[in-house]
Design a protein around this ligand. Structure first.
Ligand SMILES: Cc1cc2nc3c(=O)[nH]c(=O)nc-3n(C[C@H](O)[C@H](O)[C@H](O)COP(=O)(O)OP(=O)(O)OC[C@H]3O[C@@H](n4cnc5c(N)ncnc54)[C@H](O)[C@@H]3O)c2cc1C
Length: 552
């Protein structure tokens, strides 16, 4: 067993974790970065596109933090945490400039950073790297971590926070490969574990994004916020390749969507265009597919015929590469696209410094909720990681370096209780060694079918009942190998966040942003201009309650 001590523990290995660790280290704290995969080489941060939005403006068009705030609140249907949005708007440009100084190759034009348009942003704000792949940013950031000699442990899955006397003192977990238990004691602990896309059968997310941080926070008595707001990416390619996300820039430039009958179906919607925010475009595509007007039952056609070649090649270099490799003409190609679960707008409830209500615990990046409200604008996720990573890292470092909380004597006993619970999962499962796989896939299908893009109260209830049954089955899953134990622990987390999403969705009796309730398709500001908080009671049951939107 490994006992490790540090001042600031950062859990995760994506953009948010790395930026947080840099900030905590630079502010003078002994910092440890612990990830269940490899920092800088894992999480959605390395399979993403490279879009980072900032209100830089263009030579012809001014932009401002105020306009950025207005757009982000509008897209989020005004249930966003306002101070977070202001912080994002005020600091996004500085964080992007810092990435450039660290070596990230963002596109420039005439000596200034180039900004591209996307739906919902009143000004062009999307900054992209040359190849439009997120590793072009993740690598230089990882180099910054390495240059500072920040402590790092990889392949450790942390599963429980160490909480005693109303304070968080670190976390407990196991090594994914050889199963060795780890107790990590820390003055401040920062969750940067990403979202939970794996809870849906159809997702853009990389494997391993299982809502761990959200589940850990819930079990530690910390509230989650906005869990009903799951964003679906509208245009994930099904042909000529799968899984690639069509760039949000293509729609303001003239990309069009057609159903199997050749109808431009979004032209008949009130907005009359495809250039709308992701919630509206996802729903329109999904409804076309459900109505039987999709191709091969699961996609619609995206046409790029109206975009000139130079623009296509500059703004969609990844798609240009694919059409060239397959000798296609992008003007006549019928790109097949469909929506998939993409981003958690909700998550751990924090303030604008990433601090939670539990002393010593912070959350940053996709694991945290509030900034995006009911719907995230394109390219606002990465700036969120960098802006709040820096803020939380500095805040946590200041707290631990100015006042070191001494460890309660009962802490080790608490840590051992958690470790014993992990040990019980490490057992031969003669009857069904792969049961966890079956439970996981039943859960993911349930969420996709009944808690997806278009929701109904009756099917949400069906899902909640099914999730309760699946939760019992999940907790009974065992595995001999450490990798299977880790998958079982992840499954515990998945069922918990599935329940949180479904409960919140059942409670919110209106449609807002990404939460669309078929029988109440309108927004109801009189009753629902509020946040929903999820809390785990002492009997383990989840409770939901309304809270006023934080505006100052
Ligand atoms: C295909 C795709 C394209 C995208 N494109 C864009 C874009 O262009 N612009 C934009 O703004 N956003 C984009 N996003 C969203 C953005 O990528 C994510 O929101 C962002 O990367 C989240 O960063 P993160 O650091 O919070 O989490 P992640 O990058 O997901 O990292 C999570 C890390 O935590 C680790 N971890 C998880 N659980 C544990 C645990 N229990 N113990 C230890 N470690 C753990 C994981 O191993 C991983 O290293 C995209 C997302 C996807 C899926």
């Amino acid at each position: 067993m490994q006992d490790v001590h540090c001042q600031v523990l950062v859990i995760g290995g994506g953009a948010a974790a790395m930026r947080t660790a840099i900030a905590a280290h630079d502010a003078g704290a002994t910092t440890l970065l612990v990830s269940k995969q490899t920092p800088g080489y894992s999480g959605n941060s390395v399979i993403a596109r490279s879009g980072h939005s900032g209100p830089f403006g263009t030579p012809d068009l001014d932009d401002s933090p105020e306009l950025f705030v207005a757009d982000t609140l509008h897209a989020g249907s005004y249930v966003n945490h306002h101070p977070m949005v202001w912080a994002l708007a005020a600091e996004a440009c500085a964080r992007i400039e810092e990435l450039i100084a660290w070596g990230a190759p963002f596109l420039t034009r005439a000596g200034r950073i180039e900004t591209q348009p996307s739906a919902g942003h009143q000004r062009p704000r999307g900054c992209y790297t040359v190849k439009n792949i997120s590793t072009e940013v993740a690598r230089p950031v990882r180099q910054q971590v390495d240059q500072r000699g920040i402590g790092m442990l990889d392949h450790i899955m942390l599963q429980e926070l160490l909480v005693e006397d109303g304070r968080c003192y670190g976390a407990v977990g196991i090594h994914r490969r050889h199963g060795e238990p780890y107790i990590i004691y820390a003055g401040a602990t920062i969750l940067a574990t990403g979202g939970g896309g794996e809870v849906y059968a159809q997702t853009t997310n990389v494997t391993g994004i299982t809502g761990d941080g959200m589940a850990m926070a819930l079990r530690a008595g910390v509230d989650l916020v906005d869990m009903e707001f799951v964003q679906y990416y509208p245009v994930v390619l099904r042909w000529p390749v799968t899984r690639l996300l069509a760039s949000p820039t293509l729609f303001p430039l003239g990309a069009r969507l057609y159903n199997a009958r050749g109808e431009r179906f979004m032209a008949s919607l009130p907005q009359g265009t495809e250039n709308v925010t992701r919630d509206i475009r996802s729903r329109a595509i999904f409804q076309e597919i459900v109505a039987g007007r999709g191709l091969h039952h699961d996609a619609v056609i995206m046409s790029l015929a109206d975009i000139d070649e130079a623009t296509f090649r500059r703004y969609a270099p990844d798609m240009a590469h694919i059409v060239d490799a397959q000798q296609l003409d992008y003007r006549t190609a019928q790109f097949l696209v469909r929506p998939e679960a993409h981003f958690f707008c909700g998550g751990v409830r924090t303030d604008a410094w990433g601090a939670t209500a539990l002393a010593g615990l912070y959350a940053v990046g996709e694991v945290a909720g509030g900034c995006h409200g009911a719907n995230r604008l394109a390219n606002n996720a990465f700036p969120e990681c960098y802006v709040f990573g820096k803020r939380a890292g500095e805040h946590a470092a200041a707290a631990v370096t100015s006042h070191a909380a001494s460890l309660p004597t009962t802490l080790t006993t608490r840590a051992y209780e958690h470790l014993r619970a992990f040990e019980q999962r490490a057992a031969r499962a003669n009857d069904a060694p792969d049961r966890y796989k079956a439970v996981r896939s039943a859960l993911r299908q349930q969420m996709w079918d009944n808690v997806g893009i278009v929701r109904r109260t009756a099917t949400l209830r069906t899902a909640l009942d099914a999730i309760h049954v699946l939760a019992d089955q999940a907790h009974a899953c065992r595995g001999e190998r450490p990798t299977t134990v880790v998958r079982c622990l992840e499954l515990d987390n998945l069922v918990l966040i599935a329940e949180a999403i479904t409960l919140a969705a059942l409670t919110r009796q209106e449609s807002r942003g990404t939460h669309y309730l078929e029988e109440i398709p309108e927004k109801d500001d009189t009753h629902w201009l509020c946040n929903l908080l999820i809390h785990q009671g002492s009997d383990s049951a989840l409770q939901v309650r309304k809270a006023p939107v934080v505006t100052v």
